[in-house]
Write a protein that binds this ligand. Structure first.
Ligand SMILES: [Zn+2]
Length: 75
């Protein structure tokens, strides 16, 4: 699965499927009542713009994890 990531250094977005998920605490509700996956997404290959290994909250990468949250909810 390919996600869209945001480089805070350069302000640009890029696509990558080279990442891993860490600190997965499952699906939680955010202050607005939306279901979000409480986990970290960490790049395994460096950012193409600044060469850092960014990490993100899964909830910041909304679209792909929304469907993941719905899938987990059904289990
Ligand atoms: Zn970057």
């Amino acid at each position: 699965m390919e996600f869209v990531f945001f480089c805070a250094e350069s302000g640009r977005t890029f696509r990558s499927r080279d990442f891993r998920i860490a600190d997965n605490k499952g699906v939680k509700k955010d202050p607005y009542g939306n279901k979000v996956l409480d986990a970290k997404v960490i790049l395994r290959s460096p950012c193409p713009y600044c060469s850092k290994f960014h990490d993100y909250k899964a909830s910041e990468l909304t679209c792909p994890f929304e469907s993941e949250a719905k899938r987990l909810e059904r289990q």
